[in-house]
Design a protein around this ligand. Structure first.
Ligand code: FMN
Length: 370
């Protein structure tokens, strides 16, 4: 059974749609853009877990423009994941969208407005399922900064605003994502948001850490309600969403939507649990997932990753999610430790298919001890 065939959706069909950043979404919990993580198979998994919309990884506009010149070929993998035939560029692959994904926001990055617009035109010409164009103005990583992109744009507000103005002309909602601006930057976070919104951004997502903080320390959660009050309905929140309570706090503070990032990778069921916490009718299968259900999700996810990115990436991604699955079951520690040594998808899949032996073995042990 593939994910697309799962019989029960997490949300009841009766749930109404809400307006966020020029889109009509099923709910305000969105999967954040995560480089190296939010590949199509993972976005599909979180769509099934209830994400109202999902983001691609940040995609290099320069990379897209380079791939325009490359021949398009389909990717195939050898038994243990060696790529046999390659198709286009990495940037190009990031644009693929799977059947069953929630609305997909393509997040782009570039250091100047011309490259941004040409990259966006290429993206829209290649992938008709994109519903909004994200702009990364938040990434603090040196390889992005040295191109003048990511959070470097916080130092160059005029370029950032021009990017928004010119992307708006392409006809889709534009979703810049920024970080908190420290006093050393030319504009405050408030003034930067105002500039982006005046330039036509449909919403601005703010991660309440400065670029220098990267992912350390705590996100400034008090910043978001202040911005939401200044720009009602136009601000989305990101930062330290590890619990349902934190997501609700952002929404109650007036944010239009909340992005789940590391919290959702550490605990995939944070999505359905938080939806239930917010009052959405969530099917019990997702609120209290059985080990069998969790296993089938992981296996389908692994197969989807394998088909799109190859078995080597499937092993990495499934192991990453495994740490948040089967929580509280006896024997899970042993299963994770055994999985850590596995390098082939075939072997890992086999282990998951029979993982109940770990849980049963543990139960027997605890029975002996008592
Ligand atoms: C591995 C990783 C990759 C990320 N990649 C992106 C990205 O491509 N684009 C972006 O705007 N933010 C990116 N982020 C930032 C997240 O979207 C999010 O804003 C940040 O993790 C704060 O949320 P959290 O504290 O709830 O994790 C990334 C974060 C991590 C940990």
């Amino acid at each position: 059974m593939t994910l697309a065939e799962l019989p029960v959706p997490p949300l009841s069909a009766a749930a109404g749609r809400i307006a966020v950043g020029g889109l009509r979404l099923a709910n305000p919990l969105l999967l954040a853009p995560l480089a190296g993580v939010t590949i199509p198979a993972l976005r599909l998994l979180y769509s099934k877990l209830g994400a109202g919309a999902v983001h691609t990884e940040m995609i290099s506009c320069a990379g897209l423009l380079a791939s325009e010149k490359m021949p398009r070929r389909r990717k195939k993998f050898g038994e243990e994941g060696h790529e046999l035939v390659s198709r286009g560029s990495k940037a190009d692959e990031m644009l693929s969208v799977l059947e069953g994904e929630a609305p997909v926001i393509a997040q782009l990055f570039a250091g100047d407005a011309n490259t941004m617009v040409r990259g966006a035109e290429y993206a829209l010409g290649t992938q008709s399922k994109i519903v909004a164009l994200g702009i990364n103005m938040a990434c603090p990583m040196p390889k992005v900064l040295k191109k003048g992109a990511g959070s470097k744009l916080l130092e160059r507000p005029e370029i950032a605003f021009e990017m928004v103005r010119r992307l708006v002309a392409l006809g889709l909602p534009v979703w810049p994502k920024i970080r908190k601006c420290p006093p050393s930057l030319p504009l405050t976070t408030e003034a930067f948001c105002e500039g982006l919104l005046e330039a036509g951004a449909a919403t601005v997502t703010v991660h309440g850490r400065t670029p220098a903080q990267r992912y350390t320390g705590e996100a400034d959660v008090s910043l978001l309600p202040r911005l939401a009050t200044l720009f009602p309905g136009r601000v989305c929140a990101s930062g330290d969403v590890f619990s349902s309570e934190r997501a609700a706090e952002y929404l109650n503070g007036g944010c239009a939507a909340v992005m789940l990032a590391r919290g959702a990778i550490a605990d995939p069921f944070l999505f359905p649990r938080t939806l239930a916490f917010l009052g959405y009718e969530v099917h019990n299968k997702y609120r209290n997932p059985s080990p069998d259900f969790q296993r089938s999700l992981l296996l389908d996810f692994g197969e989807d990753v394998c088909a799109g990115s190859g078995p080597r990436i499937a092993v990495l991604m499934v192991k990453r999610l495994l740490s948040g699955m089967f929580k509280g079951l006896p024997g899970i520690g042993e299963l994770r430790r055994a999985a850590a040594h596995i390098l082939s998808w075939k072997e890992l899949r086999g282990m998951l298919e029979t993982c109940e032996v770990y849980f049963e073995r543990r139960e027997e042990h605890s029975g002996c001890a008592s």
